[in-house]
Ligand binder design. Structure first.
Ligand SMILES: Cc1cc2nc3c(=O)[nH]c(=O)nc-3n(C[C@H](O)[C@H](O)[C@H](O)COP(=O)(O)O)c2cc1C
Length: 407
């Protein structure tokens, strides 16, 4: 139960940029669970899907700035940000059918050269567009509830947060007490998740079940009844059931859905995920957000030295118009002034690489995906459907994983 809604206790996590597509989120909602779209790089997602030209227009406006290290003049037009958010989310909500829910994943680290202003627009426009819930991600979100407390839907939409420690949750709840509103759910994300991690490079020392137990004990000591939704490494129906038996209200999963038809990764990249072995997966620090990120070691983004593309994108620019990739890139060009191509090792141009599906972020268990499907004679793996994976989580017991019917 989430509020008064009875749901299948399976939430498919947000996967930017457009890996958790609207079609994936809608299918999960049709099946009775909670699906997420993501508002990451919303303009480029709209351009690809709805024939708009937000990115081209922004680039045209700022292209004179391309050689400058200082990106502070490169601002997002808040009106267009609101329009794109309403378009993407509105289209998804119009198409929604079934007993489940569609939420949006909203990452605070997308600071967009004006952290507070852009976040306020993103959150409000999502609510305007009828989103049923917002999952606050990638950040502490200490001001997020205040940014939307005047919105008419502030108390009617589901609002939740992703945390990776009891301390992060305590900070958030202390802040939101001022808004007289608790989160409706808390996703507890452990160290085996995909995307950015809420841990340092010592992530391997932590364990999801222990963090969930700690948070559960604190909530009950405080007499707070907030549904807990563990995430990160929950690979089978049996894994999910074990968390539910220990008091979780649902689970959030993602990795198994990266290789379904409805997911946004190109087909050849889905095959890379299927073929990955454990040694092909690493956690590194190339994301300019400052959070460690898990990815396939073969990702073309690793070591790429492309020119920063902030005039077109610029989603990671901090409030001063900077991003640690710009710094790393200029350092490297300074060292190799005559080189036509350079390689930047420390950081990556996250916007461009995610936009082009060249940064293959993934969960720790990606190397097990090959065991969830059939291998064809040509060595490729059969792509699954979201319905198949969802039903497998829902009905398979123990370590069992249902294989798809041969296609
Ligand atoms: C490809 C991929 C992209 C992800 N992108 C995001 C994201 O944009 N925002 C976010 O909050 N979490 C992101 N995550 C984390 C998931 O939403 C989810 O919490 C986690 O991966 C669940 O663990 P699992 O992948 O082992 O099932 C991503 C995960 C994957 C696999």
């Amino acid at each position: 139960m989430l509020g008064k809604r009875e749901l299948v206790p399976i939430m498919v996590g947000g996967m930017g940029v457009d890996i958790s597509t609207s079609s994936l989120a809608l299918e999960v909602a049709r099946l009775g669970g909670v699906g997420h779209i993501s508002d990451a790089m919303i303009h480029t997602v709209c351009d690809r899907r709805y024939d708009t030209s937000y990115v081209k227009e922004k680039l045209k406006k700022y292209k004179e700035n391309a050689d400058n290290r200082d990106k502070s003049p490169v601002k997002f037009d808040l009106g267009k940000l609101a329009e794109a958010t309403r378009l993407h989310i509105g289209k998804a909500m119009d198409a929604k059918k079934g007993p489940g829910l569609v939420f949006v994943n909203c990452m605070e680290k997308l600071t967009m050269n004006a952290p507070k202003e852009t976040l306020a627009v993103r959150l409000k426009s999502a609510l305007d567009a009828g989103i049923e819930g917002i999952t606050l991600a990638a950040g502490l979100h200490l001001a997020s509830f205040s940014l939307i407390e005047d919105h008419p839907r502030f108390r009617d939409a589901f609002l939740g947060i992703i945390v990776s420690s009891l301390r992060a949750l305590q900070l958030f709840i202390r802040k939101t007490a001022r808004n007289r509103r608790l989160p409706d759910y808390v996703v507890v994300e452990g160290p085996l998740a995909g995307g950015h991690l809420g841990f340092g490079m010592d992530w391997a020392k932590y364990d999801l079940a222990t963090i969930v137990a700690e948070i559960k004990a604190w909530l009950s000591a405080e007499k707070l009844d907030i549904p807990l939704i563990p995430a990160g490494g929950i690979f089978t129906g049996g894994d999910a059931a074990a968390f539910l038996e220990n008091g979780a209200r649902a689970v959030q999963v993602a990795t198994r859905f990266t290789v379904v038809e409805e997911a946004g990764l190109p087909d050849d990249v889905k095959q890379k995920y299927f073929k990955a072995s454990e040694s092909n997966i690493e956690v590194n620090q190339i994301s300019p957000t400052g959070y460690p990120m898990r990815m396939l070691t073969e990702s073309p983004a690793i070591g790429a030295g492309i020119r920063p593309n902030c005039e077109a994108y610029g989603y990671i620019l901090n409030g001063e118009g900077s991003c640690s990739y710009i710094e790393a890139h200029f350092r490297e060009t300074g060292r190799n002034p005559d080189a036509r191509r350079i390689s930047v090792k420390e950081k990556t141009c996250l916007c461009t690489q995610m936009r082009n599906f060249n940064l293959w972020t993934c969960g720790h268990n990606t190397y097990r995906l090959k065991d969830t499907t059939r291998r064809r004679d040509d060595g490729s793996y059969q792509v699954l459907t979201a319905e198949h994976v969802f039903r497998d989580y829902q009905y398979s017991a123990g370590d069992e994983i249902a294989l798809p019917a041969p296609a």
